[in-house]
Ligand binder design. Structure first.
Ligand code: ADP
Ligand code: MG
Length: 609
């Protein structure tokens, strides 16, 4: 590029600069809700009501009963870097409020049409402001209860690029539900209510007891068995100190995602891999691999020992004495578990609770404690779903699909080599209740039983979806299924993908859905538990998106696990089904299902060639 072509450097107009700055704070409807609700909390509100329409893009309204803004200060509230919470740079190190940058209202007003109504306790009327394009257009007064209501409409109407990047309205509802769930757990003394597109998505009682807030957010059965966590630590030499308080679930309450770990630091909801790890450490050996505990941990340190200004949306903080905090959290949770009388010695493998929780179809074998597979899951292994007639009877084995030949002489189809098919495998046995050993004309195969079964079920589910015949099992009656508020929002957001797999789910108020049918692959199991697990797995599923994500997580939910004993017939059935798969070498997440040692490789290893 020569000098003539090179664009000149110019200072942006205030409008453009404001839009760019708004983009940093306001990423999606949930960020608007977070900022507005934090303002309500800073104003000392005891009731906060959030109403959103069109996933928050059409409308977000936050109403509180906090101390309000006097009329003469309303205009200032919408100025960038205007705040009542901070005076000097030094205050940054003692800040006790959630807000301090003075950016949120200005940013929201740059991204949406805002109407602001606020009345202080002493005033006889509320100030009403109409803000358009970030500018205060009109300031009047009206009758209103003390407190503040912010109404934001048409989010990102002036930022079409940002709008295009938003997810579906229902996915945005879920993000808002998650933000409010976290804040509700951090402020149990505040009553929160979220109404999303007409549905009450969350309502907490505001009793001050974190257990009550947790019951509203994650369901009463989850909250019932939590033990109290509390610890205090100090280091006289450095002056460091930390207090930890909260609730932790018993090891039996393990869940399929990390969404049940909540961290609060000096009143802020934070994400921290390190501290999540500290909590999970306390459960090491107590819950199965890949499962996660339920915990709410509130950390309090002196304000000058934490930097709250390290993240654009304040989702993280930096502790000055991170090791002390880490140790305090890990010890507090561990001590709480010890005090609750749960055995803390790691469980022997055979007695490890099933990763499938209350799965009625996995029972303990009387002799060695290893689980054996029976019932529906065993049947699904002997006869793949597509070979099962609707009445449930298995079709004769002779009807098994034609198996592909050896990997080398694959036929071609549409110009593409289908080099992926497996040769005929002969089961030789099971290793460590996790791997199958098999031989084929081209050598030795080691097959991961869980990954292989996942692949088999996944392809069956995709085939059923393509044919529009999701194998589904109606329940005898509709079951009101308690979920977490976030899971309920996820179930509603993904209702079509779930229906394609055989779930029939209807929305209802609160942290629950109505369940009418389950996928046939899960028939006979504890239906609400299976739905909860399936949703958690979808949540934890990071690599796949859309309907495939739902299918992959159902396959994972229904597949045999490592630790499941497979008899000879079950081993043969699984290998036969795997041979019939289109993509047998990887599980739906792309992990290998098998290792192949060719005859040539074996010969080389033994020095025969
Ligand atoms: P910050 O929260 O960082 O101070 P904001 O832009 O979010 O910046 O808000 C600007 C100011 O407006 C706040 O400092 C506060 O004084 C006032 N304010 C905003 N929302 C409310 C509310 N709901 N109740 C009372 N005051 C509010
Ligand atoms: Mg604020």
């Amino acid at each position: 590029m020569n000098a003539a072509e090179r664009p000149r450097i110019v200072v942006l107009t205030p409008e453009v600069a404001a839009r760019i700055a708004a983009g940093e704070v306001i990423e999606r409807p949930a960020s608007v809700v977070k900022e507005l609700v934090e303002n309500s909390l800073d104003a000392g509100a005891s009731h906060i009501e959030v109403e959103i329409g069109g996933g928050g893009v059409d409308r977000i309204r936050v109403r509180d009963d906090g101390h309000g803004v006097p009329p003469e200060q309303v205009a200032d509230a919408f100025e960038r870097h205007a705040t009542s919470k901070l005076r000097s740079e030094h205050d940054l190190f003692t800040v006790r409020t959630l807000g301090f940058r003075g950016e949120a209202l200005a940013s929201i007003a740059a991204a949406a049409d805002v109407d602001f109504t606020s009345r202080t306790a002493g005033a006889d009327a509320a100030a009403v402001a109409r803000v358009r394009d970030g500018r205060l257009e009109r300031l009047g007064s009206a009758a209103a209860a003390p407190g503040t209501t912010v109404d934001a409409r048409d989010l990102f109407a002036a930022l079409p690029a940002r709008r295009r990047f938003l997810h579906s309205a229902r996915a945005e509802v879920r993000a808002v539900t998650d933000v409010l769930s976290a804040l509700a757990l951090a402020y149990p003394e505040v009553a929160f209510r979220l109404v999303a597109d007409g549905r009450v998505a969350l309502a907490t009682p505001g009793t001050g007891d974190p257990r009550d807030a947790l019951a509203a957010v994650h369901g009463a059965d989850t909250a019932a068995n939590l033990v109290a966590v509390t610890a205090a630590r100090a280091d006289a030499e450095t002056g460091a100190s930390v207090e930890v308080a909260g609730l932790a679930g018993p090891p039996s309450l393990h869940r399929g995602s990390r969404a049940y770990l909540h961290l609060v630091a000096n009143g802020r909801t934070i994400g921290s891999r390190t501290l999540a790890y500290a909590i999970e450490q306390a459960y090491a050996g107590l819950i199965p691999a890949g499962r996660h505990p339920v915990a709410l941990v509130r950390i309090t340190v002196p304000p000058d020992q934490v930097d709250v200004n390290v993240h654009p949306t304040k989702a993280e903080v930096r502790f000055r004495h991170e090791r002390l905090v880490f140790a305090a959290v890990a010890d507090a949770v561990r001590a709480a578990l010890a005090g609750s009388g749960v055995p803390l010695a790691p469980l022997p493998l055979g007695a490890m609770p099933s990763a499938l929780g209350s799965d009625a179809f996995v029972r303990e074998a009387p002799l060695d404690g290893h689980r054996v597979i029976s019932g529906a899951r065993a049947a699904s292994m002997i006869a793949p779903a597509h070979l099962t007639d609707p009445a449930g009877g298995a079709v004769a084995e002779g009807a098994a699909p034609v198996l592909a030949g050896s990997a080398r002489d694959e036929p071609t189809q549409g110009g593409l080599t289908i080099g992926d098919r497996l040769p005929l495998l002969r089961a030789l046995g099971q290793v460590d209740l996790a791997y199958l050993v098999a031989e084929a004309p081209d050598g030795l195969y080691l097959v991961d039983q869980h990954a292989a079964h996942e692949r088999v079920l996944y392809e069956e589910l995709l085939a059923a979806r393509r044919s529009g015949r999701a194998a589904s099992q109606p329940l005898l009656g509709a079951v009101v299924t308690p979920l977490s508020a976030s899971q309920a929002a996820l179930a509603i957001a993904e209702a079509e993908a779930l229906a394609d797999l055989g779930w029939t789910i209807e929305p209802t108020d609160g942290a629950a859905v109505i369940l009418r049918a389950v996928p046939a692959a899960l028939a006979g199991r504890d239906a609400p538990g299976a739905l909860r697990d399936h949703l958690d797995r979808m949540d934890a599923e990071e690599r796949l998106t859309g309907p495939d994500r739902a299918a992959a997580s159902l396959a994972c939910r229904a597949a045999v696990m490592a630790g499941d004993r497979l008899d000879a017939e079950q081993q043969r059935a699984l290998l036969r089904q795997l041979e019939a798969c289109e993509t047998p070498h990887t599980c739906p997440h792309g992990r290998p299902t098998m290792l192949h040692l060719s005859r040539a490789a074996l010969d080389r290893s033994f020095g025969r060639r």
